[in-house]
Design a protein around this ligand. Structure first.
Ligand SMILES: NC(=O)c1ccc[n+]([C@@H]2O[C@H](COP(=O)([O-])OP(=O)(O)OC[C@H]3O[C@@H](n4cnc5c(N)ncnc54)[C@H](OP(=O)(O)O)[C@@H]3O)[C@@H](O)[C@H]2O)c1
Length: 288
């Protein structure tokens, strides 16, 4: 308790880690705004949050993160309705079985996991500035270690491998976290990244077919629950002890070092400049 005046905006709260994060933050008194793509699942998540915390304030805004137009419309709705934002959790993410290009012309996993969250974050930043202490939490993964950063292959132009593309986007989440934390140093906003653990969520269920089915079934036995998977996001969103910690990566609620490549300033800048241009920030909104 004690967080009654605080508002959290979370993407991908209809399943897995995101839904549990919303449930647990509501229990702590946070008001919840879920940005999700499916109205039926949004209603179900809202019901579960209210079953667990009947007094919770829960709202949702529909957005498909494969569309910049929808991200802009969703952010506009949020900005019109709410005066300030305390915590933004860029949680939604997926690994997609095949190469698919979105209406904006980007590879689907890259746009969903990185570009759209990059855009959303900028569009709600003014509301975070109005919080006494704003927090941005980006869901990355230990998978970032296998991510290859090739500026000529952001959209898997050279061939698509689902795991490889996913790991690249999780590396992007770290580049974004570190760059943004640097740019926001000295402000009231912190930016950190999370590895939730290997979680028995809906993640990867698109791949849970054919020959891979028994492998997934066995692997699931060793995975942690969604509740445990949400613990680090909940900690970063609510713990007073991390109110000044920024530009870090957390596992099991503990600050953890990431590999040297995640601190490559040239690559961080390259991704930042690319993202800023492609989501249209350079034209539509003032640069940070
Ligand atoms: N599970 C793990 O072991 C693991 C490990 C490391 C990192 N992570 C990261 O943790 C985060 C949460 O994963 P999870 O395990 O909770 O996955 P999950 O159970 O599959 O949930 C993913 C969420 O993202 C949403 N989403 C996917 N595509 C979207 C789109 N185009 N627009 C809007 N929402 C979209 C899904 O919405 P729908 O319900 O509509 O499909 C769902 O709510 C991800 O960023 C993932 O990369 C997970």
């Amino acid at each position: 308790m004690g967080q009654e005046d605080k508002l959290v905006l979370i993407t991908g709260a209809t399943e897995g880690v995101g839904k549990q994060t919303a449930i647990q933050l509501a229990k702590k008194g946070f008001s919840i705004v879920m940005m999700v793509r499916n109205k039926t699942k949004a209603e179900q998540a809202k019901k579960e949050i209210l079953e667990s915390t009947p007094s919770a304030k829960v709202d949702y805004i529909i957005v498909d993160l494969t569309s910049f137009k929808q991200v802009r419309a969703a952010a506009k709705k949020f900005n019109e309705k709410y005066d300030k934002l305390d915590v933004l959790i860029n949680n939604a993410g997926l690994m997609y079985p095949e190469r698919k290009i979105t209406e904006d012309g980007f590879e689907l996993c890259f746009q969903t996991n990185h570009l759209s969250h990059f855009l959303l974050t900028h569009l709600v930043l003014d509301k975070l500035k109005r919080s006494k202490q704003g927090r941005i939490i980006n869901l990355s993964s230990e998978g970032h270690k296998m991510g290859k950063f090739d500026p000529d292959n952001f959209n898997a132009e050279k061939g698509y491998k689902a795991v490889g593309q996913y790991c690249f986007t999780k590396l992007c989440n770290l580049y974004f976290t570190y760059s943004l934390a640097d740019k926001l140093k000295g402000t009231n906003i912190t930016v950190n990244a999370v590895h939730p653990g290997v979680v028995r969520s809906g993640f990867g269920s698109d791949h849970d077919k054919g020959l891979l089915k028994p492998i997934f079934a066995i692997a699931r036995l060793f995975m942690i629950s969604n509740e445990k998977g949400a613990a680090t996001s909940v900690f970063l969103a609510s713990d007073p002890g991390v109110s000044k910690v920024t530009g870090k990566y957390f596992k099991n609620k503990k600050e953890t070092r990431t590999s040297a490549k995640t601190h490559d300033a040239a690559n961080q800048k390259l991704l930042w400049d690319y993202s800023e241009e492609k989501v249209g920030l350079k034209i539509a909104e003032p640069a940070l």
